[in-house]
Design a protein around this ligand. Structure first.
Ligand SMILES: Nc1ncnc2c1ncn2[C@@H]1O[C@H](COP(=O)(O)OP(=O)(O)OP(=O)(O)O)[C@@H](O)[C@H]1O
Length: 246
């Protein structure tokens, strides 16, 4: 349903071209649950922004349900059913959480449904419905409200950029349940950028992105053990070095 065909993203840095996304091709299937992971700076958020139309491709093509959307802007892609929850959500002064959920839903949204979306991200609806989406909200609250707006939308693809960032353990557990529920009950394609093992465990497919290229892609059974081995190996190496230094 979403096909990335040989896409690249290059930037000019000190008069030289730097490749951030390097000739990448991925096919996302309808209803699939994908988790994109990999080292910092590997190109994950850039990839999400290219899918959403926030950044423009340098090369390549994006097809959505067979239609070429390469030249479509963010609003057109949003109207086609692609949604993106930012790594650092923007704040909108003068707008309440309830207004924001209703705008996201694009139509009448009864109060109890607004409340359900807030409860799904671990927020107490009564406390938050009339709050302004401004600087008075903490980073973790803002992040969860942003995720609730994605839940309120009628999407075909929902992209979440590090939903775990700044979120406490209790809300994180609730969020994991919500992603599972979303996957079971709706036929959304879910793409989550994450470094969290518990989110990786939810995936149908894991994509490891490094230096703008796919390092590994496969089912969680195929990919997760090697990621955990690498991480454990690194921890052992670091511990060994500390011991050596002592
Ligand atoms: N518009 C831009 N101009 C210059 N450099 C950019 C631009 N966009 C991204 N980059 C660089 O591209 C690299 C990839 O960034 P990106 O945010 O996609 O990484 P990431 O995999 O999401 O990292 P993290 O895990 O830290 O969130 C980084 O080195 C970043 O500084």
């Amino acid at each position: 349903m979403l096909e990335l065909n040989n896409i690249s993203f290059k930037v000019e840095e000190n008069g030289e071209s730097r490749t951030i996304i390097d000739d990448l091709s991925i096919s996302f299937e309808e209803g699939g649950f994908y988790v994109i992971t990999g080292p910092n700076g590997g190109g994950k958020s850039t990839l999400a922004k290219l899918i959403m139309g926030i950044s423009e491709l340098s090369e390549g093509q994006i097809l959505f349900d067979g239609e070429d959307i390469t030249d479509k802007n963010i609003t057109e892609r949003a109207n086609m059913g692609i949604g993106y929850a930012f790594q650092q959500p923007p704040r909108i002064k003068g707008m309440t959480v309830e207004d924001l959920l209703k705008i996201a839903h694009k139509g009448d949204l009864p109060e109890e449904e607004c409340c359900q979306y807030l409860a799904d991200v671990g927020l107490c609806p009564k406390e938050y419905l009339s709050r302004e989406v401004d600087n008075s909200l903490s980073g973790g609250e803002m992040k969860r409200i942003e995720i609730a707006t994605i839940l309120a939308r009628d999407l075909k693809i929902a992209i979440f950029d590090e939903p775990e960032a700044g979120i406490d353990l209790w809300s994180f557990a609730k969020l994991n349940e919500t992603f599972q529920k979303m996957h079971k009950e709706k036929n959304h394609t879910i793409i989550i950028i994450s470094h969290q093992e518990r989110i990786l465990e939810l995936a149908d497919k894991i994509i490891v992105l490094e230096n703008g290229k796919i390092k590994t892609m496969g089912t969680k059974e195929e990919v997760l053990p090697s990621i955990l081995n690498q991480v454990n190996g690194t921890v052992c190496a670091i511990q060994g070095k500390e011991l050596f230094n002592e």
